[in-house]
Design a protein around this ligand. Structure first.
Ligand code: UD1
Ligand code: CA
Length: 456
């Protein structure tokens, strides 16, 4: 079976933060996750990640999804791969892809096309390369009439070699059995006193094994980040690429200011995204919606003709024709049924809101099942938590909840129930009843005249 080794030992000193570099995020996801996704979409799942600096953070992030191995000392890319030799020896019959954990745009196309060449040419190693306008800092590919003869690092290159624009992406396919043998032959006789993985190419050739290069047309696969400025560039690049894809699909943007759409978001044609809007992974948005300004939508499913204005919505479903906002928080596990209207300063959590229900202002609905065409007065609170347990409220169809009603859960209102303004509902209310809970209002005549002695 084919294997993958992802090198993620780097610190990224210039990021100036205590975190392994591959965990820095591009569009909300660690660079390492982008690399893992490229592997997964190429059908590769036998992955081992080489960790180093603050490696425990890599384990914590992965949560056991993939194997990791520790490179205790940072002695170069070749040394990093050596740490994974036991992983390679589990099955030496196939091929192994080596990738950098801090080059997020490696594509599944480059991975699969390189493997085809690798197998056709019967190579021990095939390096993935690209042409760069400014190749400074990268390993240069030394071509010969018959193929390639090796890779020379910037620091070891002659002036003539520095003119070469074809560079090493840091991604390679190896025949696994060859990789294990070649790693045993690396030394650190170079300007950086490191074990260079790149030396496997010249060693393979010197022993009569085949080595080749696959040149990707897409130079972006090489892009990486060494400092915050680079990281911002990667984010900008990824953001624009994704917005472009949505434009092609008929999604509208009057401006892209402050708009971030993460990977794997689906948006229907005719939908308009307004400035300051962040749409996170796992979100599906229907047609002709208007999202924003200043909204965050994470892992939600939206129908058609939905309008969100200054809304934060997480892990929820919002059906067609729903209008929400401004200043609304839809918390996880909520379902807002079609045609519902939710207005300013409303929070909904773990609740179902029925069709055409209106919750116009200043209301908290938590752990509740609300029927159709219910009207919530301003300032309604579902009192779902008594400090020990959370309980549910059930509100039937066509109820009319008066302003400032408290519903002390667990409690159930039947259908077409009225509650008088200011009522605290502590018992179930049957269908068609009015719940009213008022003290007796007194009027104390002349009170302010006696108490405050007003000037007029
Ligand atoms: C390496 C290549 C260079 C290539 C470039 C592409 C070598 C010798 N050079 O250079 O030809 O153009 O990548 O970006 O391989 N890492 C470890 N442990 C180490 C050293 C590195 O895990 O001891 C990891 C880093 O975290 C990173 C990757 O390996 O993910 C590449 O390391 P880096 O130091 O960036 O290599 P370069 O010198 O840039
Ligand atoms: Ca690098």
């Amino acid at each position: 079976m084919n294997k993958v080794i992802i090198l993620a030992g780097g610190q990224g000193k210039r990021m100036k933060a205590d975190m392994p570099k591959p965990l820095f995020k591009v569009l909300g996801e660690p660079m390492l996750e982008w690399v893992i996704s490229a592997c997964e979409s190429s059908g590769l799942s036998d992955i081992c990640i080489v960790k180093g600096f603050m490696g425990e953070m890599i384990d914590e992030y992965l949560g056991g999804r993939y194997k990791t191995v520790l490179q205790a000392e940072r002695l170069g890319t070749g040394h990093a791969v050596m740490q994974a030799v036991p992983f390679l020896k589990e099955d030496e019959s196939g091929h192994t892809l080596v990738l950098c954990g801090d080059a997020p745009f490696i594509s599944s196309t480059a991975i699969s096309e390189a493997l085809v060449i690798h197998k056709q040419q019967k190579n021990a190693v095939t390096v993935i390369t690209a042409e760069l306008d400014n190749p400074f800092g990268y390993g240069r590919i030394i071509r010969t009439p018959g193929g390639i003869s090796g890779i020379v690092e910037q620091k070891d290159a002659t002036d003539e070699q520095k003119q070469i624009c074809e560079v090493n992406s840091g991604a390679y396919w190896f025949r696994t059995a060859d990789l294990v043998e070649l790693l045993g032959k690396l030394d650190c006789n170079n300007s950086q006193k490191e074990y260079y993985l790149t030396d496997t190419i010249s060693i393979a050739l010197s022993e009569g094994r085949n080595a080749g290069a696959y040149k990707s047309e897409n130079a972006d696969i090489i892009k990486g980040a060494n400092d915050r400025k680079d990281l911002l560039e990667l984010n900008t690049y990824a953001k624009n690429a994704i917005i472009e894809k949505h434009l092609e699909n008929g999604v509208g943007f009057v401006s892209t200011d402050g708009i971030i759409i993460e990977r794997d978001v689906e948006i229907g044609a005719g939908t308009e995204i307004l400035p300051g809007t962040i749409i996170r992974r796992g979100t599906i948005i229907g047609k002709n919606c208007s999202i924003g300004p200043n909204s965050v939508v994470e892992n939600c499913k939206l129908g058609d003709d939905v309008k969100l204005n200054y809304v934060q919505a997480y892990d929820s479903e919002i059906e067609s024709g729903v209008k929400i906002g401004p200043f609304v928080h839809i918390r996880p596990n909520s379902v807002i049924r079609s045609g519902a209207k939710i207005g300013d300063f409303v929070e909904i959590k773990n609740s179902t809101i029925g069709e055409k229900t209106a919750i116009a202002h200043l209301t908290y609905v938590g752990d509740s099942d609300v029927g159709k065409k219910v009207n919530f007065g301003c300032g309604t609170v579902t009192v779902n938590y008594d400090g020990i347990v959370k309980s549910r409220c059930v509100i039937g169809d066509n109820c009319f909840i008066g302003c400032n009603t408290n519903l002390i859960a667990p409690v159930k209102l039947g259908k077409s129930v009225y509650t008088a303004a200011g009522t605290t509902v502590t018992r179930d209310v049957p269908d068609y009843a009015l719940a009213i809970d008022r003290g007796i209002m007194k009027i104390n005549e002349g009170y302010t005249l006696r108490k405050l002695k007003p000037k007029e």
